[in-house]
Design a binder for this molecule. Structure first.
Ligand code: FAD
Length: 278
C-alpha cells in the first residue's frame, strides 16, 4: 500500500482526493501527533496554489497552506489576525502550522478560527467537481465535525478587507507561548461616529465550536458607546444564562467567569479608534 502522495499540482491533489482515501496534510503539526497505522497521506503543503496570500476588491485571500510565520510577515494580513498569530505556540510550530490545518483539525481551540468567526470570514472549498464558498460558521457542525466532503480540500480563507481595525483580543492559556488556548476571546466593533453599526464577540476553546451569539450582539447594534456600557450588567447576565461550556482541565465555572470578564472588559473599553489592550 502507498503510504504517501506528493502531487505536483492542485488538480493532481484533487484527483487523488477523489480516487484514494489518503488524508491531506500540510504542516503535520496536528496530524503527526496522532498514531494512525495503515493510513496513507496526501501532502499539500508545497502546492503553490495553496501558498499564496492575495487581495481582491473585497477580501484578503489566504491560501490554506500558508504558514503562520508567512502570514505574520505579510503586509496583507490584518493586525487583528496577527494578534492571534503572534500568540500561537513557539516559532517551530508557527513555521510549519497552516491556516488550512488549523481549520481542518476541527478544534474550537484553533486560534485563527476564532478570528475568522468574529470577522465573518468565508472558506473556499475545492474538489474535482468544482468549488463552493461558505461562511466559516456553517463549516463547523460540532466538535471535529466539518462540512467537508471526502473529495474536498480547503483552498482559501476569505477575510473581509474592511472593518477589522477596531478589535479586541485576549488569549488566556496555562503556559504562555506554548499554551493551547484554555479560553480565548475576540471582539470586533464597527462604528458610525459614536454609534455601534456592527459588533461581534467570540469565545474560543470553551465549547464544541467557537461560540458566538448573534442575537445578543444585535441588541448592542444601533446603541451609542455610552448606552452599550450601561448595558454591560444585562449583557453579562444574558450571555451567562446561555453559556454551556465544556469542562476541560479547568472547570466550566472558572472558564465561564473568565469569558464573562473578557466580554465585560471588551464592552467597557469600546472606543472610537482601533486598539487591543492585550
Ligand atoms: C506544541 C504544539 C502547540 C500548538 N499550539 C497551538 C496554538 O497555540 N494555537 C493553535 O491554534 N494551534 C496550536 N497547535 C495546533 C496546530 O499547530 C495548528 O492547529 C496548526 O494550524 C495545524 O496546521 P498543520 O498544517 O500543521 O495541520 P496538519 O497537521 O497538516 O493537518 C491538521 C488537520 O487538518 C486537515 N487539513 C490540513 N490541511 C487541509 C486542507 N487544505 N483541506 C482539508 N483538510 C486539511 C488534516 O487532514 C488534519 O486533519 C499546536 C500544536 C502543537 C503540536
Amino acid at each position: 500500500m502507498v503510504n504517501g502522495y506528493k502531487p505536483a499540482t492542485l488538480d493532481e491533489a484533487l484527483g487523488l482526493r477523489r480516487d484514494t482515501d489518503a488524508v491531506p496534510y500540510a504542516g503535520g503539526t496536528d496530524l503527526m501527533v496522532e498514531n494512525r497505522p495503515g493510513v496513507s497521506y496526501l501532502f499539500i503543503g508545497h502546492l503553490p496554489e495553496l501558498r499564496q496570500i492575495r487581495a481582491d476588491e473585497s477580501f484578503v485571500r489566504i491560501g490554506a497552506a500558508v504558514t503562520f510565520t508567512q502570514a505574520l510577515e505579510s503586509d496583507l494580513i490584518p493586525a487583528f489576525m496577527k494578534e492571534a498569530l503572534r500568540r500561537i505556540a513557539a516559532p517551530a510550530i508557527r513555521n510549519a502550522g497552516t491556516f488550512g490545518g488549523n481549520i481542518g483539525n476541527g478544534s474550537a481551540k484553533a486560534d485563527t478560527v476564532l478570528i475568522e468567526y468574529v470577522c465573518d470570514a468565508r472558506l473556499r472549498l475545492v474538489s474535482a467537481r468544482g468549488e463552493r464558498v461558505l461562511p466559516v460558521q456553517e463549516f463547523y457542525k460540532g466538535r471535529k465535525a466539518l462540512d467537508l466532503a471526502e473529495d474536498e480540500l480547503i483552498a482559501e480563507i476569505l477575510l473581509p478587507k474592511e472593518g477589522l481595525d477596531n478589535y479586541y483580543y485576549k488569549k488566556v492559556g496555562g503556559r504562555n507561548a506554548l499554551a493551547i488556548s484554555r479560553v480565548s476571546f475576540a471582539g470586533l466593533v464597527q462604528l458610525d461616529g459614536e454609534r455601534i453599526r456592527h459588533i461581534a464577540a467570540g469565545f474560543g476553546a470553551v465549547a464544541p465550536t467557537v461560540l458566538r451569539m448573534r442575537d445578543l450582539e444585535e441588541r448592542l447594534e444601533g446603541k451609542t458607546l455610552a448606552q452599550a456600557r450601561e448595558m454591560i450588567p444585562e449583557m453579562l447576565s444574558l450571555y451567562g444564562e446561555r453559556m454551556e461550556l465544556t469542562t476541560g482541565r479547568v472547570s466550566a465555572e472558572y472558564r465561564k467567569s473568565v469569558c464573562l470578564n473578557l466580554l465585560g472588559d471588551f464592552l467597557a473599553t469600546l472606543r472610537t479608534s482601533s486598539a487591543s489592550p492585550s
